[in-house]
Each structure stands twice: as C-alpha cells, then as structure tokens.
Ligand binder design. Structure first.
Ligand code: SF4
Length: 897
C-alpha cells in the first residue's frame, strides 16, 4: 500500500473484498485489490475493479429536500422529529417503521435499531437483507441456536468437495468463486458439484451439475440424509454427544425421500446422477456446501437451509478445516445488520427479542425508556401495513424497495399513500425517492466511515477517502440528530463512528460469558486510533481470542438451550404458487455478471453496462418455439401480480418450463423492465423471505410495429417509444427501442427525438419505405452526435462499432460510407459484443484469436489479457472456445421433465 492509498472495503457483495483506493490528481478515483485483505488477497471482480467509474456528482442528492424544496438540515430534521413525535403520541410506536439496508454500515444500523427498539419502543425496523438471507438466519438459529456461519473462506480451498446449491457464485460472489477456481487448479482432485435448475456460469468448473426441478432442494438433501444414515456414513462421535433430534429428522426425511429413484423422480434428475452425488458426498470427509439465494429465496427457504445443515451435522462435517455448511450473504453488510438487530424479529448483539431477560438487559444497557416487546413486521408485511394505513411514517435508508420488493406495484401503492415517507440516500433520483416527502442526503462509498461484516463473520473497515459532497452526512448522524430532537440526547450523543462501534462491542459482552456466539468484548475498549487502524478480523473476538475466530462448532459447543446442534425435521413443500394452465412457466430472478442491485451505482459505469445493457428473459427453445418467441424479440412477462417487458434470449441453460430474468432494471433505466412488478409476494412462514425464485408466469410475444436503437452523446427522452431501455456507454447513451405506432413521417419523428432542428447540423438519412427501414445520423463538425436505426424486426446492425465512433473527433470518408449500414470499413477495429470488462475485449476479437490458433483460456489470456484479471469472463471465453475451437470441457446437462 502506498502513502496515497486508503485501505477500505468493497461496497457490493458479501465477499467483502479489501480495496486500496486512491484519489488521482485529476480528481478521479482508482482502485486495486488489497493484497493483505484475507477475503480477496488482492483480487477484485469486474464490479469492484470499476468502482472508480461510479462517482458521478450529477446523480447525487446533495441537500435536504422537503416536498421537493431545498431545506436546511435543521428544518428537515425538525420536521421529521416533529411528525414522528405527533404520530407516536397519537398512534403509538407501531405506526412508525424504518426500512433499512445491507448497504448501511454497522454503526448506522446500530443506532437505527437502538432508536426504534429502545426509544420509539416498536420493532417495525426491517432490512432489505430480509430479501436475500433471512432464511439462512432462521436456519442457523434453529440448528445452532445462533445466527452464526460456522466456517471461513479458507475452508473452500481446503475442501475436497464443494457443493454449490442455488448459488451462481461465479457472478454473484466472483472473488470467492475465483478462489475456488484457483483451488481446483492447485488441487485437481477437488470436486465441485453445482445444484441449480439453471446452467449458470458457475457450471464452468463443475464436475457435475444437478439441474433439479425448481423448489426440490429439500427433497434432495433429505434423500442425502437418508442415504448417509442407511450407508453408515455418519459420525456417531459427533452426533451422539453434540446433537439432538436426529430420529425425527430422519423419519421425516424417510417419509418424503424414500430412495434414490424417488428422489430423482421428484427432483427431475437421473437416478445415476443422484446416486453419484450421494456417494461422492458420503465418501468425502472435507465437504463445504455453499448456498445462497437459490436456497434462501423460497417460501420454504428455512427448511431448505436446515435440510443442508442436517447432512453436515450427521457427518460431523462442520467447523473443522475444509468442511461445513456455508451461507453466502448477498450484501456487503447483511451480516453486520444481523449483529445489531436490523431484522424486525431480532434484538441487538444477538439478544433474543422473545426473551424478557434479554430485553431487560438491553434496555438497561441502553438506559432506554422502553423496549420493544414483540417482533415487528417483516419487509413484505411491513409494506402491506403501510398500504393498509397502520404505518403512518416510514423512513427508508439506503435502499430502493419500489424496485426490489416482490409485487413492487404494491410497494409503490404503499409509498404513494403513506402520510410521511422519509428517504435517506446518496442518489437523488430512484424509483423510491420519487415518493419521498423528505429526502436526506447521505454519504456514499468513499465518503463514509465505519465497519461492515462479510459472509465469513469478518469485520472490515470502510474508510473515507473523499470529502463529503454538498451537505451529505453519515446515516448514523441523521438518526442520532432525529433521536436528540425526540428528547433522547444523552443516548445518542456520539462523537464519531468509533464511539458507536465501542458501544456495539460492549453490548455484545453484556451477560455473555460464552452464552452468545456474537461477542466483540475484545474490541469494546478500542481507542479512536485503534478503530481507525482496525485490521479485518472474524468474530467472536474476546480477550482469549483477540485475533478473532475462524471456525465454530467443530467440537460441538452450540448455542441452543441444551448446547447441542439440532437436526430439524423437514417436510419438503412445493413453491407457494404452482404453475398452471394460465401461467405455465416458473419465473426465476437473479443477478447478471456486472450489475449490482437496482443499478444506482453500477448503472453509472459504461464498462459495467456494456455486458448486459437491457432487461432480458431467458427461455428454453422448447418453450420459445410454440410461443413464437425468437431471439432478440420482445416478450411481456405476465403474472397474477403484474407484468414486465424484456428482450428474449432463447437458451438451453434454463430448464424447460422455467424462465430467468435479472432483478436490476428499474424505471430510471427502462419504462417496462422492472421484473419486481411480476414477482409473487409469497414468503417463508419462518424467515419472511420472499419467493423470488418461483413465480408462475406466462410469456406473451410483443409485436411492436418497429424495433430500433439510438446512440447519442446527450441523454434524450425516449418517451415516444412503447418500450425503451437505456444504458451508459463510453461518451454516449444507448437506447434500445420499440414502438407500437408507425409515425407518419419518420424523418420528422427522428429529428424531434434527436433534437436535430439546427440547420447547421449535418443530417445523413436513409429510408426504405418498402421494408420500413429508417436510419439517420446527426453530425456536428464531422463528429458523430447521434444515430438512430429503425426496422420492422430486431435484425439491426451491431451497436458496438457504431458506439466506438463516438470516440472519434472526425469520421473519415470510409467510415461515413459505412455509417448507416453499420458496417466498419475494411480493417477498422470492431471488437464486437463486450466479454471481458476489465480489458475491454469483445467477442469478435476473441473469435479472431481463436481462429488464429488460440486454443485455450490461457492462450487467449496471453495474447489479449482477457480473463486474466477478475476471471468473471472465463466461462464465456470457454463457451466461445467450445463453439469455435472445439475445445473440451464445457458443462453439458441433459434436462428431464
Ligand atoms: Fe466487491 Fe464482491 Fe466483487 Fe469482491 S467479489 S470485488 S466484494 S463485488
């Protein structure tokens, strides 16, 4: 690390990579992976590598706004506190709610939870982490008596078998996946099994892919439990002294998953595949089972989690090097939120809201006037209560529920009619800020200061390296200022984030003595200087374990009442809503490689927007054919709850009967692609986590009168199109368009859309009325300003070469000649569709290299550098090699209906 670099942590996923950030002389920010951070050891994925691209002052919320008008902090906070006080006096604490976020720092989270549960006296504080890992929390608590991940990342490298269940780690936890890739290279005997209905990028290194029927994970793991028991592959030395409940769990599993044939039938797999997986799991001592949203986001997510944990308990493969069930969290600080009680059914510091003695301890520690006495509403129910009018004031911090909640139209209705919506965010315009009565400007990444905890319980510092923009302030400061105005000055009088952290750590030590796994007693006396310098470490951190704790439960020591790990009897349930004749396809939602959540940050980066630039829906060819859905056309995804439009991708990577759509797009980037509108709001009865992976839908082909695209240096209004999706390019904006109405006069319509009224502007145009093709380009002083391509179908020129012309000061004659056909002159660079985000290598360049003799990923890396940095594009490079070069090794899966 150099003197000019700041050591901090990536704000995206739960891997929690260390980042070294530097402000350059031109004010830009450059980043590199921190070689000393134990989570990433110097690596960053495409998203982390592009963090420097995502600072955009024009998108920031810089001042408090009240009803859209700029206000002073004092006025805005006074209004918030005044309205809160009035509602509390009139309607009580349950009329107030906070909806917070895994993007908050632990210190922000801590004071928000303290204000709600100890001083307002309700528990209506829930977090968007409810949407991604609440089932893992509930499963952990049932099995271990504590929400504690037993192992650490190093276990993945020390395992002999890694099972990925419902986890596309290659795209969603890329650096961890790259550690797995490297481990497999170093230890070729390491086996990887992917269990996922979809053939995701994570199938790339899988020795086997079990493309099971959606929702049948618990059937499979129940079957595995029975198999292990029946084949004497158990660990009685662990099970007998350290666990309880095996008989019930086994009886339940036997009832539902009697034999391999039955399991295979129920899961839609081949019996040989199932038998092979069971045998591999049985004979391999060092097994890590990584699971994430594919397991958690289900109306039976908690049971699925426990069905996995059961198999690890039975074999005693937990908390020892190279083994254990491992929940991968989605967000950078989902784990920190769990520590402080950011979920409506938790207290703080892993105290239990349901235990009167715990409530009393926390109340006394906080010297609080009250304490919530029962769990609050979980995310989906919380927004229902807002719509029903029971919740009058809602404070949303650092999240975008109008996009991310299931049945998002319901969330929007709730926000529409809520008496007071307060949103604290660093972004001015989101689908959610649109509904805010009060907007409070928050610090963003690089400006704020505090801690986050990653998936392996590792606490790392996020450090500021930029000054606060405008009047933006830390989230914790806003919460404390409101608390003080409510009359709680003493309890919220913190000098800085370090003071909050010390209190958080001290609370974890209260009446602990080893009774709660979450224990930061070893950090309770950190000085400000020591907090500033805090190195990443895993909790628990106590006087005895001052360097943290890598693993728990290897020798038992669970936190249940009996101290034993609990087997949970699991009766598998199908998804809450079955497909039917009207809605015959099961919609699965998830992430794409280079985007994060609702695009508020990654959507600012041209580099990250290039790989996937508009919403899409993947459908199996067998399902696409009878519906008349062809590649590149548009489809409407319709469910009982709502609809969204997306580009059709026909792909055999999804199972027949299922479709996949990314979760990211919102109304800022498309007029119709927000998939949350269609997602069903069913939740798990224990965890409250929504079923994002299984919504019955139908796909309806859209038949627009025209398709088109538009590239422009300036951001334009695409409102005239019935479908549009916008993405940032390098020095341009890119719009994909379609329309239901044919304009009378294309030239006039295009000039209006491109604002080409100036006579001095050069206007090149082509119109073939017979086939309804229209193309035009606008140039100023020989430089391309914008171009538009319209046709009766989606067969339009590739955009990449045209987009590259925006970097030129002048278009030469051969380039102008090819402009309206979209054809580069001979010899002109045309990389094609972007594949490698880190080095900007496109598909055409890669295919040329393959044609020129590059026969392996390594050879391509040596020639083009593609795939040599973050590694996220390697599965796509391998697919190109397999297609063009006949390379071996691409995963192949046969689907069974
Ligand atoms: Fe950031 Fe996650 Fe990528 Fe690491 S893997 S750089 S934490 S997005």
């Amino acid at each position: 690390m150099t003197d000019t670099e700041t050591r901090t942590t990536c704000p995206y996923c739960g891997v929690g990579c260390g980042v070294l950030a530097r402000v350059e002389s031109d004010g830009g920010v450059s980043v590199r992976g921190d070689p000393e951070h134990p989570a990433n050891l110097g690596r960053l994925c495409s998203k982390g590598s592009a963090l420097g691209d995502t600072f955009d002052s024009s998108s920031r919320l810089l001042h408090p706004l009240v009803h859209g008008q700029r206000a002073t902090w004092d006025a805005a906070l006074g209004l918030v506190a005044g309205r809160l006080r009035a509602v509390l006096d009139r309607h009580g604490p349950e009329a107030v709610a906070f909806y917070v976020s895994g993007q908050l720092l632990t210190e922000d989270y801590y004071v928000a939870n303290k204000l709600m549960k100890g001083f307002i006296g309700g528990a209506n504080i829930d977090t968007n982490s409810r949407l991604c890992m609440a089932s893992a929390v509930a499963g952990h608590k049932r099995a271990f008596g504590t929400d504690t991940v037993p192992g650490c990342y190093e276990d993945i490298e020390r395992a002999k078998l890694v099972v990925l269940v419902g986890s596309n780690a290659a795209w969603c936890h890329p650096v961890l996946y790259q550690r797995l890739v490297q481990a497999k290279k170093d230890h070729p005997e390491l086996r990887v099994v992917l269990i996922d209905p979809r053939r995701t990028a994570s199938a790339d290194i899988a020795d086997a892919h079990l493309a099971l029927r959606p929702g049948t994970d618990a059937v499979l793991f129940n079957g595995l439990l029975v198999h292990l028991a029946d084949h004497d592959e158990t660990n009685p030395l662990f099970v007998e002294p350290h666990t309880e409940g095996l008989d019930d769990a086994l009886a339940c599993a036997r009832a539902g998953s009697p034999d391999i044939e039955g399991v295979a039938r129920a899961c839609g797999l081949g019996p040989a595949q199932v038998a092979e997986f069971f045998a591999l799991f049985a004979r391999t001592e060092r097994v890590v089972t990584l699971f994430s949203q594919g397991v958690n986001q289900s109306s039976s997510g908690t049971d699925k989690v426990n069905s996995i944990i059961n198999c690890h308990l039975l074999t005693g493969r937990i908390g020892r090097p190279g083994m254990g069930p491992f929940s991968l969290t989605g967000q950078p600080n989902a784990m920190g939120g769990r520590e402080v009680g950011g979920l409506a059914n938790q207290l703080a510091a892993h105290f239990e809201l349901d235990f009167p003695a715990h409530r009393a301890l926390v109340q006394e520690f906080w010297r609080a006037p009250t304490i919530a006495s029962r769990p609050g509403l979980k995310a989906v129910d919380l927004f229902r209560a807002v719509e029903a009018g029971g919740i009058k004031v809602l404070w949303i911090m650092a999240t975008n529920p109008a996009v991310s909640l299931p049945d998002s139209a319901q969330a929007r209705r709730a926000l529409e009619q809520c008496e007071l919506v307060i949103v604290s965010d660093c972004v001015r315009h989101t689908d959610t800020t649109r509904y805010a009565h009060v907007l409070l400007p928050a610090l963003g990444w690089g400006e704020k200061d505090g801690t986050v905890t990653n998936s392996e319980r590792r606490i790392s510092r996020q450090r500021a390296f930029l000054p606060p923009p405008g009047e933006a302030r830390p989230d914790w400061w806003m919460v404390c200022e409101v608390a003080k105005r409510l009359g709680f000055e003493r309890a919220f009088d913190y000098a800085n984030a370090a003071a909050i952290f010390r209190e958080h750590a001290a609370l974890s030590a209260v009446a602990n003595g080893g009774t709660r796994a979450f224990d930061l007693s070893g950090l309770a006396d950190l000085s400000d200087e020591a907090y500033a310098a805090l190195a990443p470490l895993q909790w628990p951190v106590t006087a005895r374990q001052s360097k943290g704790t890598a693993r728990l439960f290897g020798d038992g020591g669970f936190f249940t009442a009996s101290g034993r790990g609990r087997f949970v009897a699991v009766t598998p349930r199908p998804p809450a809503h079955a497909t039917n004749k009207d809605f015959p396809l099961a919609l699965n939602t998830g992430r794409v490689r280079d985007h994060w959540h609702t695009l508020t940050r990654t959507g600012l980066s041209a580099r990250l927007s290039a790989h996937t630039h508009e919403p899409y829906v993947e459908i199996h060819p067998d399902d696409a054919r009878p519906l008349g859905l062809a590649e590149g056309t548009l489809a409407r995804i319709e469910s009982v709850w709502g609809r969204a439009s997306a580009r059709v991708r026909v792909a055999d990577s999804v199972r027949p009967g299922t479709v996949f759509a990314p979760m990211h797009w919102n109304d800022q980037f498309t007029n119709a692609g927000c998939i949350g509108r269609a997602v069903n709001p069913a939740t798990d009865p224990i965890s409250g986590e929504p079923e994002f992976k299984h919504t019955p839908v139908r796909l309806v082909p859209q038949k627009p009168a025209w398709y088109g695209f538009l590239l422009s240096r300036r951001r334009l209004n695409a409102g005239g199109a019935s479908y549009w999706a916008m993405a940032r390019g390098r020095g341009l904006w890119r719009y994909e368009l379609a329309g239901d109405d044919l304009p009378q006069d294309w030239a006039a319509a295009a000039r209006a859309a491109l604002c080409a009224h100036d006579e001095k502007v050069e206007w090149i145009e082509y119109f073939d009325t017979a086939v309804r093709r229209y193309r035009a380009a606008r140039l100023t002083d020989g430089q391309l300003e914008s171009c538009i391509f319209i046709g009766p179908d989606p067969q339009l020129p590739p955009r990449e070469w045209l987009a590259g012309l925006f970097a030129l000061n002048q278009l030469d004659a051969p380039t102008r000649a090819g402009l309206l056909t979209g054809t580069p002159p001979k010899g002109a660079p045309d990389a094609g569709r972007p594949i490698c985000a880190c080095f900007g290598v496109g598909e055409k360049t890669l295919r040329a290299a393959i044609a020129g003799g590059c026969a392996s990923v390594e050879a391509i890396g040596a020639r083009l550098k593609a795939g040599t940095h973050c590694g996220s594009c390697v599965p796509e490079i391998k697919a190109l090699l397999a297609r063009d070069g006949g390379a071996k090794g691409e995963s192949r899966i046969a689907f069974r209906r």
